[in-house]
Design a protein around this ligand. Structure first.
Ligand SMILES: [Zn+2]
Length: 112
């Protein structure tokens, strides 16, 4: 059951809607003024996600834009997910690598 964040174009309030099925998305209305003129907020959903949620939502077969990697928390996520899909358990070693990637330290090592 996906939950989407919306912003109303008429009253400018933000709200989230839960959809039981995709058809309901087309009928989405503002919770406050019932306007159909609402826009989906894409950026906010990832902020509240735990790493587990990010991993499970993450699709390694889809290309990601530059914006994706501007969020440093997403760095290393791909590798981690891929490893999981392949059944490779790198355990704490992987976390270490990912952490280095996120902090930029991994580049220092490659530059040596
Ligand atoms: Zn409204």
């Amino acid at each position: 059951m996906p939950i989407y964040e919306y912003c109303c174009n008429r009253c400018n309030k933000e709200f989230s809607l839960l959809f039981l099925n995709p058809k309901e998305m087309k009928k989405a209305r503002c919770r406050f003024c019932n306007s159909r003129s609402i826009r989906k907020l894409i950026s906010s959903f990832s902020v509240h996600q735990t790493e587990e949620a990010r991993l499970s939502r993450f699709n390694t077969s889809q290309p990601r834009g530059d914006d994706f990697y501007k969020d440093s928390r997403n760095v290393g996520l791909w590798a981690k997910k891929r490893m999981r899909e392949l059944g490779v358990d790198l355990g704490s070693k992987m976390d270490e690598i990912v952490e280095k990637g996120r902090t930029g330290k991994i580049l220092d090592e490659y530059n040596k």
